[in-house]
Every structure is written in structure tokens, then in C-alpha cells.
Design a protein around this ligand. Structure first.
Ligand code: B12
Length: 318
């Protein structure tokens, strides 16, 4: 049983009457009690115990349902649709990973990540990351990818929240754990969005970060976005030694190599200069704030995900 479910079991067994009050559920979910009452009245998502009046209590199953409702709403699903989805699902009581107590243990004492131009979805993701709830992060990202596609999700949900969290670290020196939880959720969601089987045809595109570069999330955004266009990609990930990159080019004969550098210290012009010289010819494309001019001849810099996908798709013959 997860610690949160244990907490809940404890609270349901040691208090009379058992279960949680509307105020306790509201605190745990981080929504107003009035919202819970509205969800109950309009959509029948109230306590499943049928006593009347103020003493009705929420069971663990009710809580699991409401947690799911909250995630869907945060991800932008209209209320009525979210309620229908939640009621259609037979949610297990203990999902093992959902931290129903997380709202009370929020790091930073309730401070929030500033996301300029943030949407309800990006604020929801930031909040889930702040509570270190990687499962909630995944749910929000997965749902957004399904509804909006990879490029929209990266540009409007993931990049703003990542930049906001990074800014928070820069300002306070804190929240590296938030960065880690978010990075895991982003990597796993994007890698799951890479479709297998569909992309077997054609020369692949190699996606790598430079030898000293630990930041690699944009590579997964690119792989997933290319996969939506059925362009095969091979993700070599973070910290790829230059010699290994060149070896990988020889072995896989890619149409293009994309090299990411997040910070100027990590750019590697020596390796980059070798790529346009390789035969058969391979397009050399770079992205990330770490690249500084002048770039070696034959190398193209791309400034965002859309431009990167377009350039790599062209190299792959689309
Ligand atoms: C996630 C993250 C991590 C994760 C990486 C996990 C992973 N698997 O990749 C972890 C926790 C490991 C990490 C570690 C560190 N990180 Co870090 N990290 C980030 C964070 C939050 C997001 C990185 C990212 O994916 N960026 C990609 C997009 C979202 O952001 P962007 O590059 O700024 O976007 C611009 C362009 O690149 C372009 N763009 C956006 N998306 C795309 C996509 C494509 C394909 C293209 C072509 C362009 C493009 O548009 C934007 C506007 O110009 C950034 C914050 C930030 N602003 O990036 C910090 C950040 C990069 N990290 C930073 C630092 C300092 C570190 C650490 C040194 C300390 C720390 N915070 O823990 C360590 C060192 C790691 C190492 N050993 O080298 C600093 C770098 C500052 C600098 N310029 O030197 C940043 C900028 C945070 C900050 N604001 O200070 N980090």
C-alpha cells in the first residue's frame, strides 16, 4: 500500500464517522470545497456514502475518482467530459502511486512556479511537479499529447513549465528535485509517444546531445514529433562522446544528425565540423541555446521544435 493510502486507511479507521470530510478532500486535492460540492451536484461525483447532510464522508474510491477528475480538468478536458470519463472508469481504490496527501506536503510552502503566459494546463503541470507527483505529471502530459499532438504539447505545455522551473532554480537555488520529477515524466511521456513499427522505412535521423551535455529532453520531443510524421529517429541521448557519434553515423547511415547543446560550455565545434564531411552525405543540424556563431560550414541552426522537425523531415526526404 502506498504511504498516502496508508494515511487514508488510518484516517478512515481511526475517526468516527469514517472517511474524509469535504474540507479534508478539498485540501488534499487543492480545490475549493465549493468546487467539490458542484461536482457532486452536477455530475454525481460526491461521497458514495448515502447519508444525508453535512456528515457525508468520502471513501478512498471517491478520492481516487476525484483525483482523476482534477487531472483531466487541469489538462483542459471540459468538466462534463471529464466527469463522464471518470465515471466510466472503474478506478481501483489503491493505485499505489497517487499521493493523496501531497497537497499538504507541498515543497516551497505553497509557492508556485511563475509561468509567463501560462495556461490552466501548464499551471496544473507545474503544480503537479511541485508536489513531486510524477504520476499526475504523466497523466497531464499524456492527455495533452493525445488531444493536441507533440509539437503543441512541447511548445505550450512542457517548454513553458521547464523554463519556469529552471528560472525558479536560478532565483532560489532550490527545486532541483522538482526538475528531476518533471524531467522523468517528460522523458517517459515523450518516449512512449514514439510509435513503434510505423517508422521502419527510410534512413533514420540521429538525435544526440554533445559529450558534456546532460540536458536531453528536446531530443525526445523531436523523436516523438518526427514519429508523428513517420520519420524514424534514433535517440542517443545525453553526453554522447564525439567519437561515438561519428561511429553511430557510420553504422546507421542517417539522413541527418541533430546535435543539442543547452549551455555554451558544452558546445563542440570540432565534432560538429566533421559531420558535413562524412560520406554518404548527412545533414548536420544543431539546436539549443548553447551554440554560438560562427558554426562550421554546412551546419544549420534551428531555433524551435517546429523548425527542427521541418528541417529534419526535409533531410529525410519528406
Ligand atoms: C530539465 C533540466 C535539467 C535536468 C535535465 C534532465 C534531462 N534528461 O534533460 C537536470 C535535473 C538533470 C538538470 C541538471 C542541471 N541543470 Co538544468 N535545466 C533543466 C531545465 C529545467 C529544462 C532543460 C530543457 O529541456 N530545456 C529545453 C527548453 C524547454 O528550454 P530552452 O532551451 O531554454 O528553450 C529555448 C530554445 O532552446 C528554444 N527551444 C525550446 N524547445 C526547443 C526544442 C528544439 C528541438 C529546439 C531546436 C529549440 C527549442 O526555445 C527557447 C527560447 O529560446 C532548464 C531550464 C531551461 N530554460 O531550459 C535547466 C537549465 C538548463 N539547467 C541549468 C543548470 C545550471 C543545471 C545544473 C548545472 C544545476 C541544476 N539546476 O541542477 C545541472 C547540471 C547538469 C550537468 N551535469 O550538466 C541552467 C543552465 C544555465 C546556463 N545557461 O548555464 C538552466 C537554464 C536553469 C536556469 N534557468 O538556470 N537540468
Amino acid at each position: 500500500m502506498s504511504s498516502s493510502s496508508a494515511q487514508l486507511a488510518e484516517s478512515t479507521s481511526s475517526h468516527e464517522p469514517s472517511g474524509l470530510t469535504v474540507a479534508a478532500v478539498a485540501r488534499r486535492l487543492g480545490v475549493a470545497p465549493a468546487t467539490l460540492r458542484t461536482w457532486d451536484r452536477r455530475y454525481g461525483l460526491g461521497p458514495s456514502d448515502h447519508r444525508s447532510g453535512a456528515h457525508r464522508r468520502y471513501t478512498p474510491a471517491d478520492l481516487a475518482r476525484l483525483e482523476q477528475m482534477r487531472r483531466l480538468v487541469i489538462a483542459g478536458v471540459p468538466l462534463a467530459d471529464a466527469a463522464r470519463q471518470v465515471k466510466d472508469q472503474d478506478l481501483p481504490v489503491d493505485r499505489g502511486t497517487v499521493d493523496v496527501g501531497s497537497a499538504e506536503r507541498r515543497p516551497g510552502g505553497g509557492r508556485v512556479v511563475a509561468i509567463p503566459g501560462g495556461t490552466p494546463g501548464s499551471r496544473g503541470l507545474a503544480r503537479a511537479a511541485q508536489t513531486l507527483d510524477g504520476v499526475a505529471c504523466r497523466a497531464i502530459i499524456d492527455e495533452t499529447i493525445e488531444r493536441r499532438g507533440v509539437v503543441w504539447t512541447w511548445d505550450h505545455l512542457l517548454a513553458p513549465v521547464l523554463i519556469g522551473v529552471g528560472q525558479q532554480w536560478q532565483n532560489s537555488g532550490r527545486w532541483i528535485e522538482v526538475e528531476h520529477v518533471l524531467s522523468e515524466a517528460v522523458t517517459t511521456a515523450l518516449s512512449s509517444a514514439v510509435r513503434h513499427g510505423d517508422t521502419a522505412l527510410g534512413r533514420p535521423v540521429l538525435l544526440a546531445a554533445t559529450e558534456d551535455e546532460a540536458h536531453a529532453l528536446p531530443l525526445w520531443a523531436l523523436a516523438a514529433a518526427l514519429s508523428e510524421r513517420r520519420i524514424p529517429a534514433r535517440v542517443l541521448g545525453a553526453r554522447v562522446p564525439g567519437s561515438a557519434l561519428i561511429e553511430a553515423v557510420h553504422r546507421t547511415g542517417p539522413a541527418a544528425v541533430f546535435l543539442w547543446s543547452q549551455t555554451a560550455d558544452n558546445q563542440d565545434h570540432d565534432v560538429l565540423a566533421q559531420i558535413p564531411q562524412l560520406r554518404p552525405a548527412v545533414a548536420a543540424v544543431v539546436g539549443g541555446p548553447g551554440w554560438t556563431e560562427p558554426l562550421p560550414d554546412g551546419v544549420t541552426f534551428v531555433g524551435d521544435l517546429t523548425e527542427a522537425v521541418a528541417r529534419l523531415a526535409r533531410a529525410a526526404g519528406e
